[in-house]
Design a protein around this ligand. Structure first.
Ligand code: AMP
Length: 438
């Protein structure tokens, strides 16, 4: 027996029934992002593995455990092979540097929409191929608490415009401070976790050395209990960093954004500095993050670019759709007309009329094979078309069609045959309904 193939684990087909929801989220996002002054950038689906290792940090889970690499495709001059992109920031920064954006503008506001890949153990809401809507605002002008507030506001706006209510999600924010502040914070954490170190889970034993911040967002109960006992505060912050964070909060307040300050929110990647944030939904189960982001002031220079600041975030499209499950789905655009014909001659004419209508952007379809009137009407009904257009023997002789509105059952006869001119009245009537141009 021939093997039947299935979609790879941790990936999913997005089937036609779900497309309306996808397109709605994408179109809404594009609209909101444009209003906020962001321009789209499309980078390749894979990059040099080293780019991700250098930007996200060798100790991050993504780099250590989740990179999907393309081993056989290494080309001359590429240092360490290629990997499917696990996130968008590194590639956007690589492109920012490579294309000298800094010489063209003082703030580059960029967005991307597309698939990301992580070799994770699949579960609900955690896929190996998933999709993100992300933004990056990079450049010397980026160094402003107003931009932090705008970016956070934008992520909230994208979620609410997609259909979520403010009560459906929770926004948490924190600050890591500058690089020096982060060093102080790491020192504080090591000192205070050291006495209880043996109580940490196996992963956190390792994290303690390599990336102690990660202990703070470990999901293990015993680690969480130890973290809860830490007397966390912002003592590790310099006066400047403290003021910066206070200004971000003030700007958020001025925009009426509801947020919760969380001292344990650190994000797992090396590149974050200052503001970090995460948006979660209780409707999602254990993988509850809808999106996350933060400021990354050193990444551009670390990757060989100018010393400019930056901030960004990414939202997961599949997670947004999961959180929207109980909300009404957007309707897909229905067909305007379905053509039913009864013999070879009317089938030929119907086929030509269908293409004349499509030239006028009237969405139409037909039964391409002759079958009984009953079965074609059933097809018309199933297609969801607003009108059914019948070309029977009588109509054919007269150079006309019968147009029936499915919802009201009202019918009328209209002139229509093989030429544009013959179809004028039909086109006008259907375009009036669609609002498109004749
Ligand atoms: P991260 O870069 O890990 O902060 O991810 C940003 C957002 O992308 C998350 O908040 C999720 O909504 C989404 N996301 C990350 N990883 C996955 C995954 N494996 N499957 C589905 N969505 C994901």
């Amino acid at each position: 027996m021939n093997k039947k193939f299935s979609v790879p684990r941790g990936t999913a087909d997005i089937l036609p029934d779900d497309i309306a929801s996808w397109q709605f989220i994408e179109a809404t996002a594009r609209n909101v992002l444009t209003v906020y002054g962001y321009k789209q950038i499309i980078t390749p689906l894979f990059e040099e593995t080293e780019l991700f290792a250098r930007s996200m940090g060798q100790t991050s889970d993504v780099v250590q455990k989740q990179m999907l690499t393309l081993q056989s495709q290494r080309q001359e001059g590429e240092s360490a092979g290629l990997a499917l992109r696990p996130e968008g920031t590194a590639a956007v920064v690589r492109s920012y540097i490579e294309n000298s954006f800094d010489r063209k503008e003082t703030l580059s506001k960029l967005f991307y929409i597309g698939p990301m890949f992580r070799g994770e153990r699949p579960q609900k809401g955690r896929l190996r191929q998933f999709h993100q809507i992300g933004v990056e605002a990079i450049g010397p002008e980026s160094a402003s608490p107003y931009l932090d507030a705008e970016v956070i506001r934008l992520s909230v706006e994208l979620l609410t415009q997609a259909g979520l209510q403010p009560a459906d999600f929770k926004l948490k924010i924190n600050t890591l401070g500058s690089n020096d502040d982060k060093t102080n914070f790491a020192k504080f954490l090591r000192e205070h976790l050291q006495p209880a170190r043996s109580g940490l889970c196996e992963d956190c034993q390792d994290r303690f050395e390599r990336n102690v911040f990660r202990v703070l967002d470990c999901k293990n109960k015993s680690c969480q209990a130890l973290v809860a006992k830490l007397d966390l505060n912002h003592a590790y912050l310099s006066a400047d960093s403290r003021k910066y964070f206070a200004d971000v909060c003030l700007a958020l307040d001025s925009l009426g954004i509801k947020y919760e300050k969380s001292l344990t929110l650190v994000r797992g990647l090396d590149y974050y500095t200052h503001t970090v944030f995460e948006i979660s939904s209780s409707a999602l189960g254990s993988q509850d993050a809808l999106g996350a982001g933060g400021r990354y002031n050193n990444l551009v220079s670390q990757l060989g670019g100018p010393a400019v600041d930056a901030i960004g975030f990414a939202l997961g499209v599949e997670r947004i759709l999961l959180a929207l499950v109980d909300h009404p789905k957007p309707a897909s655009r229905p067909l305007k007309v379905f053509i039913v014909t009864l013999d070879e001659a009317s089938l030929r004419r119907g086929f030509q009329i269908l293409h004349i209508l499509r030239r006028h952007h009237i969405a139409g379809d037909m039964s391409y094979r002759l079958s009984s009137m009953k079965s074609q009407m059933r097809q018309a009904d199933k297609s969801g078309a607003e009108f059914v257009m019948i070309i029977g023997e009588e109509e054919y002789k007269k150079g006309a069609v019968t147009l029936k509105q499915m919802s009201s059952g009202k019918q009328q006869e209209l002139k229509a045959a093989e030429s544009e001119r013959d179809c004028r009245a039909l086109i006008e009537l259907l375009c009036q309904e669609t609002g498109s141009q004749t």
